[in-house]
Write a protein that binds this ligand. Structure first.
Ligand code: AKG
Ligand code: FE2
Length: 327
């Protein structure tokens, strides 16, 4: 069931409260929440997905002009199929080592145009006209939506929204566009390859949009090891997933949602059926680099003592992503 954000903006006091409560409940019980009326309109998403398709359809040598550096940080630019393997960090929260699986995906990452530590690797106009200026604009639009979602979560959690905003004030977010090429279902059968291996994201929250092919799955919090289809057929459905930083800040009150991308619903895994290509985008909301990810004091009690050591958002991000790249 999707939650309607109109209720948050324009509803009665009770409707607004109910939206906040249901948002938190969905994250806790399903590992994700689906949101509608979040302010990113269908016309914008249609243009965006058209741009995503056009970017990934460019010849490889053109995409390689904006190549992601060989190492994971800074996380900017184009990663070819095989350059990043999320399976390397799949076992992290389970205390396990890398999984023996590779991702069949390509992606491109951006930060804020005004980020003064990590510069964007910009796609030139001559390769895709006005793509970069469009991405920079959408980045800010998604930031606006992010702020409303953080406000709603703060209300549901009973914490000070202005504090939550202040530790996200520098917009050190990352915006990733993804393309999963068409492959025969049989390629995924023995588990040595996948679309995107299971993982949790490192930031506070992630906003995902996926095309009608679907295939995003989230682990059922009450049944570890069981992944359920998110199954969005509406491009405008915003899929919200909590990340490690929110788990740390809330001392496990909100757990990070484990997710992966695999066979779309309905595909016969034992056939040689082709799995259609899939496009998606993920907006990773990150606490300011210098922010401590120690749990907020409201979440530390005698029954729930502090579960995490002090680490800055930047150090945590870099530790987690260190093993992702093999470029
Ligand atoms: O493609 C998707 O829907 C999700 C991708 C993802 O989880 C990630 O890049 O962290
Ligand atoms: Fe993810």
């Amino acid at each position: 069931m999707a939650l309607n954000m109109d209720k948050f903006h324009f509803g009665t006091k009770d409707e607004k409260k109910r939206f906040c409560r249901e948002l938190l409940k969905s994250l806790k019980e399903r590992g994700f929440a689906k949101i509608r009326s979040h302010g990113v309109f269908k016309t914008v998403l249609d243009i965006q997905f058209d741009y995503i398709r056009r970017f990934f359809s460019l010849p490889l040598d053109v995409k390689m002009k904006v190549k992601h550096p060989a190492q994971a940080t800074p996380n900017r630019g184009y990663s070819y199929v095989g350059q990043e393997n999320v399976g390397n960090i799949s076992g992290f929260n389970k205390g396990l080592g890398p999984a023996n699986t590779r991702d069949i995906k390509e992606s491109i990452d951006f930060g804020a145009a005004f980020d003064d530590l990590v510069e964007n690797i910009e796609v030139p106009d001559e390769d895709l006209y006005e793509f970069q200026v469009w991405i920079d604009g959408l980045f800010l639009k998604l930031c606006e939506t992010q702020r409303h979602i953080l406000s709603a979560l703060a209300i549901a959690l009973g914490i000070d929204a202005s504090h939550l905003h202040s530790i996200h004030g520098r917009v050190e977010n990352e915006f990733r566009l993804l393309h999963y090429p068409a492959i025969p279902a049989s390629e995924l059968r023995d588990g040595t390859a996948t679309r995107c291996a299971e993982h949790t994201d490192f930031g506070t929250i992630t906003l995902i949009f996926q095309d009608a092919v679907s295939g995003l799955q989230v682990e059922d919090p009450s049944e570890p090891g069981t992944f359920r289809d998110v199954g969005s057929s509406n491009l405008t459905d915003l899929i919200l997933i909590a990340g490690d930083s929110l788990q740390r800040l809330t001392n496990d009150t909100v757990k990070a949602g484990r997710h992966r991308v695999t066979y779309p619903p309905g595909v016969d895994k034992d056939s040689d059926e082709m799995i259609p290509e899939r496009y998606s985008m993920a907006y990773f909301v990150k606490a300011d680099r210098k922010t401590s990810l120690l749990p907020l004091k409201q979440f530390i009690t005698d029954e729930n003592p502090c579960r995490y050591e002090d680490v800055t958002a930047w150090d945590y991000n870099n530790q987690r992503s260190a093993s992702l790249y093999e470029g």
